[in-house]
Design a binder for this molecule. Structure first.
Ligand code: SF4
Length: 233
């Protein structure tokens, strides 16, 4: 068994736009988004990545050891980049255990999921962020409307909520969601579909999304690659 020495790490590149620290809990993800970049990043077979979903070996103890050894506290830690912290159909107890360790050591979590994290709402407080991904499509094993409902409920508990509109697959649906859910999310992050063909006019979409966020008084962040397209037009 390969020991994980530093499960809390500093993301690089585009991932850095999402947080200063992150932890990846599972080996794979069953959500099968066609644009998932993770198998490529991890150099893993795509089918294996989507079907072999387990907690990484010793992940909970590794987090505990690192937090104690490095006295990590006061950080906002993103869950997760190379997996979903709530893989649909799998036991998510390791995620709950990791959140407990992080919270007990004075850290906060920034969750991003397409799954159902409601079992852990009791662990979160106003310093934490619960985020859902919405790409504008209805493909896959998760229901976007359920996730928006989760965010709505989380907000009622006083937990901060956010939505990652990245990558945008259907521009019309995403603009519609921004318009109709502006009272659900405390912050939104918007990014384009990279590495795949799309008929979306990114500059036009980006300007419309930004204008809408401003009009609604919504805290927003445009990811660098989308901003670059906007600056061309
Ligand atoms: S939810 Fe995230 S990690 Fe899972 S398949 Fe989709 S893009 Fe990949």
């Amino acid at each position: 068994m390969k020991t994980i020495y530093r499960p809390v790490y500093t993301p690089k590149g585009a991932a850095k736009e999402y947080g200063d620290c992150a932890i990846n809990i599972f080996t794979g993800c069953p959500h099968r988004c066609y644009y998932c970049f993770v198998p490529q990043v991890l150099r893993r077979n795509r089918e294996q990545f989507h079907s072999d979903v387990r907690p990484r070996d010793g992940i909970v103890e590794a987090v505990r050891r690192q937090i104690e050894r490095e006295q990590i506290t006061g950080k906002l830690i993103h869950l997760c980049f190379t997996c979903d912290p709530y893989p649909t159909g799998y036991d998510t107890t390791p995620t709950r255990e990791v959140i407990k360790i992080l919270k007990e050591s004075g850290n906060h979590v920034q969750i991003l999921t397409k799954g159902d994290g409601s079992r852990d709402f009791d662990l979160l407080d106003s310093g934490d962020w619960y985020g859902v991904t919405y790409d504008g499509s209805y493909d896959g094993v998760y229901m976007p409307s359920d996730r928006v409902q989760d965010a709505f409920y989380t907000k009622s508990l006083g937990i901060k909520t956010w939505c990652s509109f990245e990558p945008v697959v259907n521009a019309v649906m995403v603009l519609d969601c921004i318009e109709n859910c502006s009272d659900v999310f405390d912050q939104v992050k918007i990014g384009k579909l990279n590495y795949f063909q799309s008929d979306i006019n990114w500059a036009e979409f980006g300007h419309k999304a930004e204008a809408l966020c401003k009009e609604l008084g919504l805290d927003y962040y445009i990811k660098d690659s989308l901003r670059a397209e906007m600056e061309k037009a």
